[in-house]
Design a binder for this molecule. Structure first.
Ligand code: SF4
Ligand code: SF4
Length: 242
């Protein structure tokens, strides 16, 4: 059986946020909702200060408390161990949000993307209105709408329900990597099958000591972190001109 997992390599992550942006584009997520995100910590003391990044997303836990607590089975385990959500069954009670120890489930408090329905131009007589822009680019609802998302889930999830990362299940089904993995310029996110002994994720987990967020809670997360960002190993210089 396939069990999808992701390894995140701190040594490689540069905190550029390409994973965050690509996820938003791929999954049509509303403003303020980030299925893929990052924790930014400041380390050191001035003037030797640096940022430390921890990319985050749904952990697709084996023992998922969001699934166990859902009264309608809207949150459920799907093929490959993916934790999926069915907006049609969701009653918006938010139990899953409260039960998730990673804070990666979001609630749609308002109709998503309301700005793109505005008729007023930002500068009257100068710019187009958002509604005109949607029309010009032939957007169904928003200019960057990705219809591919609709293959397994509502393209845009409605108001009053939750949403979260699906490991880009619609892409996996087509043999494609999750969008965040594909977009990462540093190859810091590595995706694969935990049940395949020769997968790259298993090779990395065999080579490096990994940790998982909130591991002590026993939810069996499927996001593994390896190595650490160590600027001491790099020559800190801008180079020279002669
Ligand atoms: S795209 Fe890659 S390098 Fe950039 S923040 Fe995400 S994981 Fe880190
Ligand atoms: S908000 Fe929806 S998915 Fe979450 S526990 Fe309630 S019914 Fe289930």
């Amino acid at each position: 059986m396939t069990k999808w997992a992701m390894v995140i390599d701190h040594q490689k992550c540069v905190g550029c946020g390409a994973c965050i942006i690509s996820c938003k584009n791929e999954n049509n997520t509303p403003d303020g909702i980030y299925w893929s995100y990052k924790i930014t910590e400041t380390a050191g003391t001035f003037p030797n200060v640096r940022y430390h990044y921890t990319p985050t997303l749904c952990n697709h836990c084996d023992n998922a408390p969001c699934v166990r607590g859902c009264p309608t089975r809207a949150m459920h385990k799907a093929e490959g161990g993916i934790t999926m959500h069915d907006p049609d069954k969701c009653i918006g009670c938010k139990y899953c949000m409260f039960n998730c120890p990673f804070g990666v489930i979001y609630f749609n408090w308002r109709k998503p993307h309301p700005e793109w329905h505005k008729k007023e131009a930002l500068i009257e007589g100068c710019t187009t209105s958002p509604e005109e822009m949607v029309d010009i680019v032939g957007g169904k609802t928003i200019p960057y709408y990705n219809p591919e998302r609709e293959r397994t889930l509502d393209g845009i999830r409605p108001k009053g329900v939750v949403e979260k990362c699906t490991f880009c299940d619609h892409r996996i089904k087509k043999g494609l990597l999750p969008a965040c993995v594909e977009a990462c310029p540093a190859d810091a996110r590595i995706f694969g099958d935990l049940d395949n002994p020769s997968s790259v994720v298993n090779q990395l987990l065999g080579k490096y000591r990994a940790y998982r967020l909130n591991e002590h809670l026993g939810t069996q997360p499927k996001i593994y972190y390896i190595r650490s960002f160590n600027p001491g190993t790099y020559l800190q210089t801008k180079g020279e001109v002669s």
